[in-house]
Design a protein around this ligand. Structure first.
Ligand code: ZN
Length: 285
C-alpha cells in the first residue's frame, strides 16, 4: 500500500456497472438483444477479477447490477454481497430511461430490484440508469424510483458528451426528491466547464495522472467525496470484437483495455474507497 500518497479523508465512492461487453449502449445498434443468450459470457470472470483486486487492496464498492445478469449468475450476486460490497440496481434489461415510457421504466426498475433483493438477501436502495439517461426530458423517472423504493440514484453525469450528459445539472449529491438523493458522477470545474473525473471511457483514454489530479482537486478544493465508475469489460482486452461498429465507437470501446486494470490498481492505492451508501451517509442494508 502506498500509504503516504493516500488522502485520509474524505473516502471516495467506487462503483461498477455490472453488464457484459455485448450489453453496452454504444454497441446496441449492431447487437440484436435476441442474440444475448448465445454470446460468450465474460462478465462473471471479469467481476471475479475485480472482487479479487478489491479484496487485495481492502476497497469496498457498489455494484450496480443488471437484473438480466443477476438472474443468470446468482452465485456472482451472492459473492458480491458476501465480500461486503453494496448490491445496487442497473435496471433489468439495460434500456435507457429516456427510451422507455414511464410504465416500461417502472416495470424495469421494479423487476431489477425484486430479482436483486431475492438473490442478495439485502434491501436494494441504489439505482444507476444505463448511459446516464435521466435528465431534463424525463424527470418523472425520479418519482418512479422513489415509488419503487429506491433511496438514491447515480444517473447523471454533468458533462457534455454526444451519447449522454447533463452539463448544467448540479455537480454534487443533492435531494432530487424528498427521500431520494441524486449522486452525480464526479467532475472537476476548469475554465467554466465541467471535466469528467468519474471514470468510464475517460479513465482509459486519458493518462492516469489526470484522473488522480482531478479526484484530488475535488477532495481538496470542493471538499467533496468523488464517485467513480467502471465496467467489468474494461479490464478484458481479450473480449470478442463486435463487427459492424463505426470507427469512433470502436476506438472508444477498445482503447487501452489492457491498461485499465493496472491503472485501477493505482487508483485503489492512491485513494481510500468505499461503498456509495457508506460514503454518502445512507443507512447500510
Ligand atoms: Zn450500463
Amino acid at each position: 500500500m502506498n500509504a503516504p500518497e493516500r488522502l485520509p479523508t474524505p473516502m471516495n465512492a467506487l462503483s461498477v456497472d455490472v453488464e457484459d461487453y455485448f450489453q453496452v449502449s454504444a454497441l446496441a445498434p449492431v447487437i440484436d438483444r435476441a442474440s444475448w443468450e448465445q454470446r460468450e459470457c465474460r462478465v462473471v470472470r471479469n467481476v471475479e477479477r475485480l472482487l479479487d483486486l478489491f479484496a487485495h487492496r481492502g476497497a469496498h464498492a457498489t455494484f450496480f447490477t443488471l437484473g438480466w445478469v443477476a438472474e443468470r449468475y446468482p452465485a456472482l450476486v451472492k459473492r458480491i454481497v458476501a465480500d461486503g460490497h453494496e448490491l445496487a440496481s442497473h435496471g433489468y434489461a439495460h434500456l435507457r430511461a429516456s427510451e422507455q415510457s414511464r410504465a416500461e421504466f417502472e416495470q424495469d426498475v421494479r423487476r431489477a430490484k425484486a430479482v436483486l433483493e431475492d438473490l442478495g438477501g439485502r434491501r436494494v436502495q441504489g439505482y444507476r440508469a444505463p448511459s446516464f439517461s435521466i435528465g431534463e426530458s424525463n424527470p418523472w423517472a425520479f418519482d418512479v424510483l422513489l415509488d419503487a423504493g429506491y433511496r438514491y440514484s447515480s444517473s447523471v453525469y454533468p458533462v457534455r458528451h454526444d451519447h449522454y450528459g447533463s452539463p448544467d445539472s448540479p455537480r454534487f449529491a443533492h435531494d432530487v426528491r424528498p427521500g431520494l438523493l441524486e449522486i452525480p458522477l464526479t467532475t472537476t470545474r476548469m475554465l467554466g466547464r465541467n471535466l469528467p473525473a468519474g471514470g468510464g471511457g475517460y479513465f482509459r483514454l486519458a493518462p492516469y495522472r489526470l484522473s488522480r489530479w482531478a479526484i484530488r482537486r475535488v477532495n481538496t478544493i470542493d471538499r467533496q467525496p468523488a464517485i467513480f465508475y467502471m465496467h467489468p469489460w474494461e479490464i478484458d482486452p481479450d473480449q470478442p470484437r463486435i463487427a459492424g461498429t463505426d470507427l469512433k465507437t470502436r476506438f472508444r470501446h477498445y482503447i487501452n483495455l489492457d491498461k485499465t486494470e493496472p491503472r485501477l490498481d493505482r487508483l485503489l492505492r492512491d485513494f481510500c474507497w468505499g461503498r456509495v451508501d457508506e460514503v454518502f451517509g445512507l443507512p447500510a442494508t
